[in-house]
Ligand binder design. Structure first.
Ligand code: 13P
Length: 249
């Protein structure tokens, strides 16, 4: 049985004061919840979050990582630095990184590999744009994005990774994929991995992300191949985030 995971992607939001209240609410509720929990704050708040989460049931994650181990890469943060600040997870290939910052499939795969080398669990984000969906290219895009990873690190690496399906058109738009639409893509992702290794595919957690709210979480998480959520906007409001976690339990 795959244990559900709900991860909050805070994106570029938060202040020391806001984070402190949010982290306190989440850690306090965590023992009553029947899912795994993670939060991914912006880099400067990792130390704050590490401290606030220590001894709690909530894991820490980062939102991106450099594909390089160390060196003259101004502004970048390495995977070993994230590990040192207690990160268990790191988002890889979020559509905002791919779209706004031009991360190619190749770069995303290199980041995935760098994260695992440092002992982090990558949360690999995959997703099609609205025009790709409307042109019937969803399956093709997801297959291409996932193949780039499988080709670089091999299927065994997926045993220590998480996938998140995040249709770009559903992110921050209030337009959620229907449970059936999401389930179809999740099943296809699992099938693509299963062709290479059925055991790895069966154990792989595939999260859904894109306008998850307390009102739609239960229906989404009720799908057989949806193993939790990657939450943006609703992860910034303790009450909403915890309701979503409750729906995963
Ligand atoms: P929203 O939940 O705000 O749509 O964001 C989803 C997301 O991008 C999580 O990574």
């Amino acid at each position: 049985m795959r244990k559900k995971l709900v991860a909050g992607n805070w994106k570029m939001h938060g202040t020391l004061m806001q984070n402190s209240a949010l982290l306190a609410s989440i850690t306090a509720a965590a023992p009553t919840l029947d899912c795994e929990l993670a939060v991914c704050p912006p880099y400067p708040y990792l130390a704050q979050a590490q401290l606030a989460l220590s001894g709690s049931l909530v894991a820490l994650g980062a939102q991106s990582v450099s594909e390089h181990e160390f060196g003259a890469f101004t502004g970048e943060v390495s995977a070993s630095m994230l590990a040192e600040f207690g990160c268990a997870y790191v988002l890889i290939g979020h559509s905002e990184r791919r779209g706004i910052f031009g991360e190619s499939d190749t770069v995303v795969a290199a980041k995935f590999e760098a994260a695992q080398k440092a002992g982090l669990c990558p949360i690999l984000c995959l997703g099609e744009s609205l025009s790709e969906r409307e042109s019937g290219l969803t399956a093709q895009v997801i297959t291409r994005q996932l193949s780039a990873i499988l080709d670089r690190v091999g299927v065994a690496a997926m045993a220590s990774a998480v996938v998140a399906y995040e249709p770009v058109w559903a992110i921050g738009t209030g337009m959620t994929a229907s449970p059936a639409q999401a389930q179809e893509v999740h099943a296809a992702i699992r099938a693509q991995v299963a062709v290479l290794d059925a055991g790895v595919a069966n154990g792989l957690r595939i999260l859904y992300g894109g306008s998850v709210r307390p009102q739609n979480a239960e229906d989404l998480f009720g799908q057989p191949d949806i193993d939790g959520g990657l939450i943006g906007g609703a992860a910034l409001v303790a009450d909403d985030f915890l309701k979503i976690c409750l729906a995963a339990g």
